[in-house]
Ligand binder design. Structure first.
Ligand code: NAD
Length: 356
């Protein structure tokens, strides 16, 4: 099995180093090959996703990704900004299904801004379609308005669109995931206003018939945003389009209060995947040894489960992380009184020790 390791920028290299340390004690016989991506690739070769990096990702069974981005690149033209590397990898690999678990570990209930009884034990999975929708629909651009109240004014426009096969495949992904959990799927759309969403809802209902043991319900996106705050535990698997998923998955992540704890996976039809923490490159704490490596370590566990077919080893890593949390070790982002504050490397070492 070959893994492309792309640490990226900011805290990326620090947290990926800890994930590699954890993988190395499992003795998995993985072939690991590292390459530049994001701002570091722009510095070394003038592009955030150099051809060699894209090729390596294509040839690998999985990509372990740190994070990209830094404010110093904010004035670069859009196509050269570090974040474009992620879009490029999604496109190159055809990664259409994004898995974002939002889990609130019992030991970290206090980190949430919600009351403990609302959030304790939260374990939901948001599945976001990643390659379609208004982010990629054509035409898009700027032009002069030819109708509406401001004829002649400059306008920006985008196109929301989904084809039936795109909706079908993400629905199969969601129903299959629900079969392994509590047999419930909530499909989120805005079908009271949008034609794209009406198709989404119709296809969800049709595909649902092939999974009679899984209960399907539909929810408008505005209601879903409210319910996530009001009663998040009523969800299990939530499936939605690219833009709604972008927003709801961040909302769900922040509910747990610990962005440094949340892994993610983006998969294609061949189960090739890109695995990365849900957070960004955190330039404010980069190089200080303060970053929480657990989201990246848990992303590596997802990689073992989904792309490398090593579920037992994935379980081992997840259990080790729980053990470390139970022992009271905390990086600054999840620290609370009565626990022991540690840095990035010590946290990685503790997971390694728990595995041994
Ligand atoms: P961010 O997620 O990097 O940071 C938000 C806050 O969370 C910061 O205070 C940061 O210190 C903290 N934080 C993030 N990860 C942490 C960790 N593992 N441990 C402890 N604290 C952590 O978001 P931002 O500040 O909005 O963006 C910074 C840069 O990251 C930008 O250039 C942005 O474009 C980029 N970004 C990249 C990705 C990605 O690579 N997938 C995702 C989001 C943002």
């Amino acid at each position: 099995m070959k893994v492309a390791v792309l640490p990226g920028d900011g805290i990326g290299p620090e947290i990926v180093a800890e994930a590699l340390k954890v993988l190395s004690v499992l003795d998995l016989k993985l072939e690991l090959e590292q390459a530049d991506v994001g701002g570091s690739a722009y510095e070394s070769s003038g592009h955030p996703l150099p051809e060699a990096t894209a090729r390596l990702a294509q040839q690998a069974d999985a990509v372990l990704f740190g994070a990209v981005g830094d404010w110093k690149y904010d004035n670069l033209e859009r196509s050269l900004r570090p974040e474009q590397a992620i879009l490029g990898l999604r496109k190159t690999l055809g990664l259409y299904a994004n898995f974002r678990p939002a889990i609130c570990y019992p030991e970290l209930t206090h980190a949430s801004s919600l009351k403990p009884e609302l959030i304790g034990g939260l374990d939901i999975l948001i599945i976001r379609e990643l390659t379609g929708d208004i982010y990629f629909g054509q035409p898009k651009g700027r032009r002069t308005a030819v109708d509406g109240p401001f004829i002649g004014a400059e306008e920006g426009f985008d196109t929301m669109r989904y084809t039936r096969p795109e909706i079908e495949r993400i629905m199969h992904t969601a129903f299959k995931a629900a079969e392994k959990r509590s047999q419930r799927v909530t499909s989120v759309d805005k079908s009271n206003v949008l034609e794209t969403s009406q198709l989404w809802r119709d296809v969800a209902t049709e595909i649902g018939k092939a999974y009679p043991h899984v209960a399907l319900d539909h929810m408008y996106v505005d209601n879903a945003a409210m319910q996530l705050v009001k009663e998040p535990k009523k969800f299990d698997v939530l499936v939605t389009g690219n833009m709604f998923g972008d927003i709801l998955s961040d909302e769900a992540a922040m509910l747990t209060g610990s962005i440094g704890m949340l892994p993610s996976a983006s998969l294609n039809a061949k189960n090739q995947g890109l695995y990365e923490p849900s957070h960004g490159s955190a330039p404010d704490i980069a190089g200080k040894g303060l970053a929480n490596p657990l989201a990246t370590i848990l992303s590596a566990a997802m990689m073992l489960r989904f792309s490398l077919n090593m579920p037992a080893q994935a379980d081992r890593i997840e259990r080790a992380v729980q053990k470390v949390l139970a022992s009271g070790l905390r990086t600054p982002d999840i620290y609370s009184e009565g626990t022991q504050r540690v840095g990035t490397v010590q946290m990685g070492d503790a997971v390694v020790a728990a595995l041994k």
